[in-house]
Design a protein around this ligand. Structure first.
Ligand code: MRU
Length: 355
């Protein structure tokens, strides 16, 4: 494998140093200008890191939260197993409340709680070891899932295709290759030429700061565009498919992803371009019947008005609406690509068959 691709796809966005018993993340809020690790030790630091998108991307926050819960479990001094479990559950709910939309967070914490419950009566070192093993397994599994998703995604592309992507679903947001971006790294590794158009993804600019950063460094042909240029690029005939990630997929296929995704899907339909959602089965929430039941995170208006500018771009009193995600109607989705294969409509049936 080419060194540049390896460097990008093997980034240690979340790293647990077992010798030091220390959890580190790459602080994604500083990218692309600075790559700095941050150690997470307390619940407050962990919640702040997730809420402030220092660690972000649905699979990555799930993996990070699993290690966080292990770190916090080590600090619980209750001897009684029930008291231990109750403290652990309190920590899990605090972590879970840090971001509401991506279901991977709740999923990974649930896995950790189940592991804790089944080892609660055992000596403390054994219980802690079981929690560490579970967190590591969630991490390891995600690496394997991303590799499989990338292969299935690549099977949808042809030499010379142009693909539009929205937000960031690469190594920083997941593990190794990523989901929606994984096929681009695989294509590059295999000498296939794919032209990627990356939406900048207002307001937090994950497309500009992270997607174009990762793809460019790996040597993938990437062109950064503002979100409102997607229609033009499609109209020009430069886009043969849209690949997007997901934060929660409902049982009927309705998909929550970064704000702006549903607009991309509507445009793609207008121009007759297939839009594919790529994500692990841990992002599929069969208990959620449809998109109307997906909680949508609302964020600070300052992200729109002041965050990226030397001077404010709107008067302080101006009202802002800043939802972080939107829901793409299942009818606009040509396929949902998971580690188990590509689901096609009707999704109520094809998604259920995965489990
Ligand atoms: O708010 P973020 O940056 O955590 O949003 C998550 C995303 O990057 C996307 O919505 C992504 O496509 C799904 S996560 C691989």
């Amino acid at each position: 494998m080419n060194d540049a691709i390896r460097q990008v796809t093997h980034v240690q966005n979340i790293r647990y140093d077992k010798e030091r018993e220390a959890l580190y993340i790459i602080d994604q809020s500083l990218l692309p200008n600075e790559e700095r690790e941050l150690r997470l030790e307390t619940l407050e630091e962990m919640v702040e890191a997730i809420r402030s998108l220092r660690v972000r991307g649905a699979p990555a926050i799930g993996i990070c939260a699993a290690y966080c819960l292990y770190v916090l479990a080590r600090s619980i001094d209750e001897e009684d197993p029930d008291a231990f479990l109750s403290r652990l559950r309190d920590y899990a709910s605090a972590l879970n409340a840090s971001r509401p939309t991506a279901v991977n967070l709740a999923w990974a914490l649930g896995e950790m709680e189940t592991a804790a419950a089944s080892h609660a009566g055992e000596p403390r070192p054994r219980l802690l070891e079981a929690l560490y093993e579970r967190a590591e397994a969630i991490h390891r599994d995600d690496i394997a899932k991303c590799a499989a998703i990338s292969e299935y995604g690549l099977s949808l592309l042809h030499e010379g295709d142009g693909v539009l992507t929205h937000c960031n679903a690469g190594p920083l947001a997941t593990s190794r290759y990523g989901t929606a971006q994984g096929p681009f790294f695989l294509a590059a590794e295999r000498g296939m030429h794919i032209r990627v158009f990356a939406d900048e993804t207002r307001p937090l600019l994950q497309g500009a700061r992270l997607t174009s950063y990762e793809l460019h460094r790996a040597g993938v042909d990437v062109t950064l565009i503002c979100d409102n240029m997607a229609s033009m690029v499609m109209k020009n005939g430069w886009v043969q498919a849209c690949f997007v990630g997901c934060d929660r997929v409902a049982a009927n296929g309705d998909t929550a992803n970064k704000i702006g995704t549903s607009g991309v899907a509507i445009l793609a339909k207008h121009y007759g371009i297939p839009l594919y959602v790529l994500g692990p089965t841990s992002t599929i929430d069969l208990r959620c019947p449809d998109g109307a039941h997906i909680p949508i995170e609302l964020r600070d208006p300052e992200e729109i008005k002041t965050l990226w500018y030397e001077k404010p771009m709107a008067l302080p009193g101006v009202k802002c609406y800043n939802p972080s995600f939107d829901v793409t109607d299942h009818e606009l989705i040509a396929g949902i690509v998971t580690e188990k294969g590509i689901c096609r409509p009707p999704y109520t049936q094809s998604l259920a068959e995965l489990f």
